[in-house]
Write a protein that binds this ligand. Structure first.
Ligand SMILES: Cc1cc2nc3c(=O)[nH]c(=O)nc-3n(C[C@H](O)[C@H](O)[C@H](O)COP(=O)(O)OP(=O)(O)OC[C@H]3O[C@@H](n4cnc5c(N)ncnc54)[C@H](O)[C@@H]3O)c2cc1C
Length: 394
């Protein structure tokens, strides 16, 4: 405990000295999030500096081993660091599918060369990754995917198409599920490949969302040559890697229930919009709804902490990620509804894509996708019924 307290003091002092004031303001919208990558243009010098300083300390990925660009922190130290960052309202220095999804899968299934090659670049925000799982005919039934990787000796030749590939047009590399044995039962002929989006034969076509943004693409592969060294895990056994990664994706999406990158609490947002009467939020009805939400959010936060500790000790049922994903995304949808209620007519403002105007309504619409991405709520409920509650099924 004494060690943890001195770690807290040291990290607080370091954050106070090194987090630029602009990186302690709440996000004004999606555009303020730092995603990194070869094509990334920093929004400000403060954003660049904040990423550089945090990456140098390994604190973009506090719990990863130091040799792969991480901070080498224990679970408890990482929690303390997160608390101190929240206390000072520090923004996340880097958001990335590499950190949330691919990194944990590489740490578990990658060989040493793959870890050395990819993990430090993820930690420093040098390479941005996208996820090539869903296909036009394969979403919930992901294992039915048809994109093929044919064995050509020292490389694979990849042909097919992925859909709903978030940020494919902005990403540098893709982690991709491909069929390497078309004759095997569907879960057994899949492999997990990594390749550069600049490879010849890769192209993307953006798809616009209800929120007016276009973070999605359909992604096409035509005779894309992928070296065999880019196969993660065993040939035809990629489903195991895919499922492990999905659990991390679901934990990450479930975490949005805690407010995502928003540093203001729901009550702060409501007070700013509506004001106080006799020292409490002026709208009684909304006050009760926000209080109920905050109690549920607090309980969910504690459950996430508990589950995460159990996972570290290998004591959690892997299907618990489905429970966190289901509840966290419902919670985030509820949160966005309450932000809209607090804002009243003003929250319906649509124009001004980049910042305040249109921010609440776009975030509200974006939250609708939370219960679809990473596996729909119905699929999570099926998994919870089967694997956690042991209810009978097919
Ligand atoms: C915001 C967002 C970002 C995304 N980003 C990515 C990405 O980066 N990479 C990627 O690969 N994919 C991505 N996806 C795709 C996502 O994983 C799929 O949309 C999702 O898995 C559902 O597949 P589908 O759209 O084909 O729907 P379908 O599988 O066709 O499902 C349609 C409906 O049927 C229901 N349904 C299907 N099967 C069952 C069943 N067995 N029991 C009960 N109900 C069922 C579903 O719940 C859903 O309501 C993203 C999606 C969204 C919304």
């Amino acid at each position: 405990m004494a060690d943890l307290e001195s770690f807290r003091r040291e990290s607080r002092a370091w954050l106070e000295e090194n987090c630029p004031p602009a990186m302690r303001e709440s996000l004004h919208g999606e555009a303020d999030i730092c995603w990194g990558g070869r094509k990334w243009k920093f929004k400000s010098e403060a954003q660049r500096l904040w990423l550089e300083r945090m990456a140098e300390r390994g604190w973009t990925v506090p719990e990863w081993p130091r040799e792969y660009g991480g901070g080498g922190l224990s679970r408890e130290e990482a929690k303390v660091l997160a608390e101190e960052m929240r206390r000072l309202k520090c923004r996340s220095p880097l958001d990335s599918f590499g950190i949330w999804m691919l990194g944990p899968a590489l740490l578990r299934y990658g060989n040493e060369e793959q870890k050395q090659e990819h993990l430090p670049k993820i930690a420093r925000g040098e390479i941005r990754w996208c996820q090539g799982y869903s296909e036009p005919g394969s979403g919930s039934d992901l294992a039915s995917l048809q994109t093929r990787a044919d064995d050509q000796g020292d490389h694979f030749l990849v042909n097919g198409s992925k859909i709903w590939t978030s940020y494919a047009d902005k990403a540098d590399w893709i982690f991709c599920l491909v069929r390497t044995d078309p004759k095997a039962p569907k879960h057994e002929g899949i492999s997990f490949l990594l390749f550069d989006m600049q490879s010849r034969g890769v192209s993307t076509a953006p798809i616009t969302l209800i929120s007016g943004n276009s973070p999605f693409c359909q992604t096409f592969f035509q005779d894309v040559l992928v070296p065999k060294a880019n196969l993660v895990g065993r040939l035809d056994r990629g489903w195991e890697v895919a499922k492990f990664l999905l659990a991390h994706e679901r934990d990450m999406i479930g975490g949005m229930g805690m407010g995502g990158g928003e540093t203001r609490s729901l009550s702060q947002i409501a007070i700013e919009a509506i004001g106080l009467k006799h020292g409490v939020l002026a709208d009684t009805n909304l006050r009760a709804q926000i209080a109920a939400f905050q109690i549920d959010a607090k309980a969910f936060g504690l459950t996430m902490d508990r589950v995460s500790d159990m996972m570290k000790q290998g004591k959690a049922n892997p299907a618990v990620s489905s429970l966190l994903k289901y509840y966290g995304t419902e919670l985030n949808k509820r949160r966005q509804e309450l932000v809209m209620s607090a804002g009243g007519y003003a929250a319906l403002e649509w124009e001004g894509d980049e910042s305040h105007e249109g921010r609440a309504s776009r975030a509200w619409l974006r939250s609708k996708g939370n219960s679809i991405e990473g596996g729909t709520s119905e699929i999570q409920l099926n998994i919870i019924a089967k694997r956690l509650l042991n209810l009978p099924g097919e």
